[in-house]
Design a protein around this ligand. Sequence first.
Ligand code: FES
Length: 84
Amino acid sequence: MSSDVSFDITVDGRPVPVVTGQTIGAALHAAGVRSWRTTRFGGRQRGLFCGIGVCFDCLISVNGREPERACLLEASPGDEVTTA
Ligand code: FES
């Protein structure tokens, strides 16, 4: 029996399941989302790359705050995520 507790966050208005302790980046990856923003120059897609907070490719807006690194940000119940 698993002791994992899960909840949903909202990504662009759609529910995405999260296991307690998962980062927003991990939840998006588990949901099959591989990119959620584009570069300013060239419009290239970006999502998780390093996964350890170094590259800043995974920036995402949560609850209206300035963009943060999705690979480091633990998801919380009720989080509303907005992609670029
Ligand atoms: S994936 Fe590189 S900083 Fe998040």
